[in-house]
Ligand binder design. Structure first.
Ligand code: ADP
Ligand code: MG
Length: 746
């Protein structure tokens, strides 16, 4: 293997070009070869000039329609204007040559009827669009006439370029490195047998097809191959990670008849859903194996993931181990503690008066605990008295020692990276089993991409007897409707229910985004990004609803006279949050005005109504998650989305879609389609932008599924990749990029 691929560009294309390419992030020969064309122009078919917008950097294929030259008013320079056309719309090119000779030369190159590529930043001047001093290449510039004719019949690659280097200079540089390239210079990460089975061209052939196609089918074939390669390398990396952990030894934690789990099941006030039983069995079998479980549990909002996780924890306790439940925020940790204790009843009170003999204890570890409480908890954890430990990131701290950690449950996975999972794993003597739970349903291929190192269990159904939440969009400027909203809130509280009011901001003096930006581990709403169309300051008329203002308004509403109104957001102290949530759960507070801290997991069965203010500022999945907070008990839920967005805008349409469907998987797919690729994979994945160039997570679902299957087989047959060094190298590069990204974030 040569190092040609890693060779710095300066040697291959000269320092000047290399410097310009470096501005595009291209440092090595391989970087350049992997800088794929954005699109292909058909020679003879011109770019549609009617759709250019000012400020855009463009390369257009057009024909010169008119040229004129005059002296500038100042007399010191010339002004040369050319008009180019696609046959319909026109675009002006303006040059200011200093000397007559330069002006004449330009005029000579830009003869009427001549076609070529013109590149520059579109500017608006007196109502017309123009390019000032564009770089250009006319077809006459191509050396030999014969070559020009042949070239002219081929699709012309157009590259993502910059002001420093136009598309065709990139094309020339690519050719310089591509022409002498052989298969030995650039080993193919796709194994030969995979290429044959999938009928895909080799890497060098594909690169030629992408950069110098003879016809459209050639670049399409090449692009399909590179997409598959991206999916394959990613899936091979994940399969390897899976295999590496699967080969580790873990203590088997088989179910014990007549143990804690059996006692728990016998006392459960409701029957498990069919999904809970199936998934529970999958997990139960995994736990009994001598290899660590690595499973993702995803489910529809309200599908009852907590009970499934708790039953897994109890199986481990039955087998003599401990289980840790890691929550992303203190609010959630506290709530998990409450609901686990409530579900377990006397089974959670071992050693206490009235506690069950078969029982265990449930400890809580968070960052804001008092020293005394923390010490007591640490002791219960270290001695093994606590079979179940619930906590936040504080669980990862060095002082925390487990007697025998057998299972780690990570709640709401999207806030924990692979590395944090690894850190927790390191807490156990052996390797613990790991169960990851996500709050949001994830489309299958996204799960395969972002959590591809995990097996996936899915809970689709919600427990029977629960009516779906009714959702309506309420126009924010309709006073009569708003009066009705508060009157309804009153009715709910009067009949013993609770009402959430959700705002995009804490206070009016913050930045514009619908993000609660306070630091600290209690940032429950770091997903509270504004919707895709969220604008900057002043991007919209009315100021966004803020908790501190709304709470005052709500308290003043005549409809709500006498109703206790509480406040919850990430800037409150931990005890205050606990106090408010407990008061809300107990009914002492009827209406809770909050930010998205209540987004995930908060479970108050008596909550029946939610009012989301400026609802268009939230993402679809987030709104679905939010409305999952109501209708969790036996009474039906109502969710009102208050918004200024007109029904025929994209924002209005998103809200209508939400009102029309209760299927979180469908909404997640819709949500992802509307976002940019970087956002699709989440912040944690943006580092993969460097490795995922052509692959699109939603559209290329088939490719990803196929690649996963094939990659799994390759890794099974050759776990160390001794026979596949090029694949091993590609995986290392991918992992390196991912690790760097992680370090940059932490
Ligand atoms: P999520 O999957 O959204 O985390 P939870 O685990 O919080 O959902 O469960 C939602 C509510 O449903 C809880 O109050 C829980 O006790 C209840 N629940 C769970 N499983 C069942 C079931 N099989 N039948 C009835 N209620 C259930
Ligand atoms: Mg939950």
């Amino acid at each position: 293997m040569t190092d040609l691929a890693a060779e710095p560009l300066a040697r291959a294309v000269g320092t000047k070009t290399a410097k310009a390419l470096a501005g595009l992030g291209l440092e090595t020969v391989e970087d350049l070869l992997r800088h794929y064309p954005r699109r292909y122009e058909e020679p003879g078919r011109f770019t549609d000039l009617a759709h250019l917008t000012a400020g855009e950097h463009v390369t257009v294929l057009a024909k010169v329609a008119h040229v004129s030259r005059r002296r500038a008013a100042s007399g010191s320079t010339w002004v040369l204007t050319a008009t180019v056309t696609d046959g319909h719309a026109r675009l002006t090119l303006t040059f200011f040559p200093r000397q007559a000779r330069a002006a004449a030369y330009l005029e000579h190159r830009l003869q009427v009827g001549q076609s070529g590529l013109f590149t520059g930043t579109v500017a608006r001047y007196r109502g017309d669009l123009q390019l000032v001093h564009p770089d250009f290449l006319t077809f006459d510039d191509v050396d030999a006439e014969a070559a020009a004719l042949v070239e002219a019949a081929k699709p012309m690659p157009v590259y993502g370029a910059s002001a420093a280097i136009p598309s065709w200079k990139i094309q020339q540089a690519v050719r310089t490195v591509l022409d002498p390239l052989t298969e030995d210079d650039l080993p193919d990460p796709l194994p030969e047998e995979v290429r044959q089975a999938e009928r895909l061209p080799g890497l060098v052939e594909a690169l030629r097809g992408l950069h110098r196609p003879h016809d459209d089918p050639e670049w399409r074939r090449a692009r399909a191959r590179v997409r598959f390669e991206e999916a394959f390398v990613l899936q091979a990396a994940l399969a390897r990670r899976r295999a590496a952990v699967a080969h580790l030894a873990a203590t088997p934690r088989p179910a014990r008849p007549l143990g804690l789990l059996a006692a728990f099941d016998a006392a459960l006030p409701f029957p498990l859903t069919a999904g809970q039983r199936v998934v529970g069995a999958e997990i139960g079998e995994d736990l009994a194996l001598p290899h660590p479980m690595q499973r993702l549990l995803q489910g529809e909002v309200g599908s009852g993931k907590t009970v499934v996780a708790l039953r897994a924890m109890l199986q481990v306790v039955d087998a003599g181990g401990q289980a840790a439940l890691l929550a992303p925020t203190e609010v959630l940790a506290a709530q998990h503690l409450r609901s686990i204790r409530a579900l377990m009843g006397p089974l959670a009170e071992a050693g206490m008066l009235g506690g069950a003999e078969t029982g265990t204890r449930v400890a809580l570890l968070t960052g804001s605990q008092s020293t005394t409480a923390r010490r007591a908890a640490l002791l219960e954890v270290a001695s093994g008295a606590a079979g179940i430990v619930v906590g936040t990131h504080a669980l990862l701290g060095e002082a925390v020692q487990f007697a025998d950690l057998g299972l780690v449950v990570v709640d709401e996975q999207h806030r924990f990276g692979v590395e944090q999972r690894d850190a927790l794993r390191a807490k156990a003597d052996g390797v613990p089993h790991v169960l990851v739970m996500t709050a949001t349903p994830i489309p299958r291929t996204v799960a395969m991409t972002t959590f591809g190192d995990l097996e996936v269990s899915t809970l689709r159904e919600v427990p029977a007897g629960r009516t779906p939440v009714t959702t309506h969009v309420v126009p924010a400027d309709n006073e009569a409707w708003l009066d009705r909203v508060w009157a309804r809130a009153r009715e709910e509280v009067a009949s013993g229910h609770r009402v959430y009011v959700v705002c995009p901001r804490i206070s009016g003096d913050e930045g514009p985004a619908g993000v609660e930006d306070d630091p600290g581990e209690d940032l429950a709403d770091d997903d509270g990004r504004p919707g895709p169309e969220g604008g900057g300051p002043g991007a919209r008329g009315p100021a966004l609803a803020a908790v501190v203002d709304v709470v005052e308004q709500v308290r003043r509403r005549p409809e709500l006279a006498g109703v206790a109104v509480g406040v919850l957001h990430g800037r409150l102290a931990a005890e205050e949050k606990d106090r408010v949530m407990a008061a809300f759960a107990a009914g002492e507070v009827g209406v809770l005005v909050a930010t998205t801290v209540i987004e995930v997991g908060v479970d108050v069965p008596e909550a029946t109504m939610m009012v989301v203010l400026d609802a268009d500022r939230f993402g679809l999945s987030q709104l679905h998650q939010l409305r999952g907070r109501v209708g969790r008990g036996s009474s039906p839920g109502l969710c009102l989305l208050v918004s200024h967005a007109a029904p025929d805008t994209p924002a209005g349409e998103r809200l209508a879609a939400l009102a029309a469907t209760a299927d979180g998987f469908a909404l997640a797919t819709l949500d992802l389609r509307q976002r940019r690729e970087g956002d699709v994979l989440g912040a944690a994945q943006s580092g993969r932008a460097s490795s995922l160039r052509l692959l699109r997570v939603i559209e290329d679902a088939d490719v990803i599924a196929r690649a996963r299957e094939v990659a799994g087989r390759v890794i099974d047959a050759d776990p160390d990749l001794t026979a596949h060094p090029a694949l091993a190298a590609a995986i290392d590069r991918w992992l390196g990029a991912e690790r760097e990204e992680f370090l940059a974030r932490s």
